[in-house]
Write a protein of this length. Structure first.
Length: 94
């Protein structure tokens, strides 16, 4: 496959995944409420393990962003958005 075609394919897949992420986040924001469901999530050991795994991943990606960005303010903004919006921000940064 030609390099330009493989880039188009990669960007198409990434765009589709980003669209799925946005749709999932939108669905959760419209139809869900964090506070009533948080106790169910935190009572389940798999829920706790999932949260720990997600935030450890955020720390690693955040550290990578801080190492790559030359300006503290820009790095801080990216990391703050990463912790607020999750993997969508990581995908946009990468």
């Amino acid at each position: 496959m030609a390099p330009a075609l493989s880039r188009v394919c990669a960007f198409s897949i990434a765009g589709g995944c980003a669209g799925i992420l946005v749709a999932g986040l939108g669905y959760a924001l419209i139809n869900g409420s964090w506070y009533p469901n948080a106790s169910e999530l935190l009572d389940n050991p798999w829920g706790v393990a999932t949260l720990v795994e997600v935030y450890i991943g955020f720390v690693f990606v955040g550290a990578w962003i801080v190492c790559r960005e030359r300006h503290f303010g820009r790095a801080f903004l990216w990391v703050a958005l990463l912790f607020l919006l999750g993997n969508l921000v990581a995908a946009l940064y990468i």
